[in-house]
Design a binder for this molecule. Structure first.
Ligand code: SF4
Ligand code: FES
Length: 384
């Protein structure tokens, strides 16, 4: 699963949390309908230990959740996974989101879709399709996804999406196996008629962290990719909108991960865990509640997980006195924990973090060595 970065930017749009008596309404809900997926991308953000399919929320449970989300003020629902099209009841799930008045975005690899199914989803009220691509070259795409034949299928899905009059975003996760081919990925987005491209440098959590040495580009490759994007942005003004997620290891300041903890986004796992971030369970001491036990409003407003790092009170120095603390919200809690051992530290992507030099150094070292083979995401095969 990839593709939430475009809603993270909304973090900069509104008032600080701590000016409010209670948290403001969330903007978006990421509905991870299933962790099952035909692809095996080595940068997948799904957990290393997948929840079993049998416990997935039913279409009726998703419907109830979407009605609660709409009452809470959520505007957009992102139907994601894994691969959401593996749910045979996707149509029922979509319909309940549409009926609840939510803007619906299908985040898909496209490889299991048929034209008939997409047409039906469009008729039911689907608002937007976000299609992931791994590469435009067949051999490289097959290697990255661990799935043969995806390129041709994705072209079909992109074409059908445009024919059906749906807006299309191309989502490309970039890393050392495709970063130098960025011009081809951008050309592809224009060719297929997408209005937007999300270029997301790999975020090193979950499977991507396992595969970091295989994925991490050099600093030079990353800087070159910025030049390519900046040139393309100018050239394609009015044709293609760019959303770019920067590379943490080569950054100077972090991104507002999830748009700020408990500020904009709710992530719901296939079994109904309601989380401020898909990786929050890696943080010891977090209590994650499920929609089967409590209402969405209860969890959003009072839940332990959402309140743990909401706002700025939990911050240590240098974040506590930093003038960016309500812009990037200290970056990513999960990355702070993974690298520094304390989720209350500044994200090591920040140059003011004591760990930043070491963090950047890891990238320099790993990217200058030959890439090891991928450890593919495989359900039922736990990562060592
Ligand atoms: Fe952001 Fe903290 Fe760095 Fe300031 S010190 S820029 S708040 S991560
Ligand atoms: Fe959890 Fe960034 S991945 S806060």
């Amino acid at each position: 699963m990839t593709g939430t970065a475009h809603i993270e930017d909304a973090a900069e749009m509104s008032e600080p949390v701590e000016a409010c008596a209670r948290p403001r309404a969330p903007l978006g809900l990421l509905a991870e309908l299933t962790y099952r997926c035909p692809l095996q991308c080595p940068y997948c953000s799904n957990p290393l230990a997948m929840e079993k399919g049998a416990k997935e929320l039913s279409a009726a449970e998703w419907g109830d959740l979407f009605r609660q989300a709409a009452s809470l003020g959520v505007l957009q629902v992102h139907l994601s996974g894994g691969e959401p099209c593996l749910r045979p009841d996707l149509e029922d799930i979509l319909k309940s989101a549409v009926d609840a008045g939510l803007y619906t975005n299908l985040i898909t690899s496209g490889v299991t879709l048929t034209r008939e199914r997409l047409e039906n989803l469009a008729k039911l009220g689907l608002d937007h399709v976000q299609l992931s691509i791994q590469h435009t070259d067949v051999g490289k795409a097959d290697l990255i996804s661990g799935y043969p034949g995806g390129v041709a299928k994705k072209r079909d899905v992109a074409r059908w999406t445009i024919e059906l009059g749906l807006p299309l975003t191309i989502n490309a996760v970039v890393h050392r196996h495709n970063i130098e081919d960025l011009p081809a990925l951008i050309d592809y987005a224009v060719e297929v008629g997408a209005g937007r491209i999300e270029i997301a440098n790999t975020q090193y959590y979950a499977w991507a962290l396992k595969n970091r040495a295989a994925l991490i580009p050099t600093r030079e490759q990353f800087y070159k990719s910025l030049e390519i994007v900046n040139e393309a942005k100018e050239r394609l003004k009015g044709i293609l909108v760019f959303d770019v997620v920067s590379h943490d290891h080569y950054a100077v300041r972090p991104k507002p991960c999830m748009g700020g903890w408990g500020r904009n986004l709710i992530d719901v796992s296939p079994t109904g865990k309601v989380m401020p971030c898909h990786a929050c369970e890696t943080i010891p001491g977090i209590t994650v509640e499920t929609i089967r036990d409590k209402t969405l409003a209860d969890i959003w407003i009072k839940g332990d997980a959402f309140n743990k790092y909401r706002g700025t009170k939990w911050m240590k120095e240098p974040c506590r006195s930093c003038d960016r603390r309500e812009i990037d919200w200290g970056g990513c809690r999960c990355q702070a924990l993974a690298v520094t051992g304390d989720p209350c530290n500044a994200d090591p992507a920040c140059a003011l973090s004591d760990w930043h030099k070491e963090f950047a150094g890891i990238a320099e070292t790993e990217s200058s060595a030959p890439p090891p083979p991928f450890i593919y995401r495989r359900i039922g095969v736990p990562a060592e």
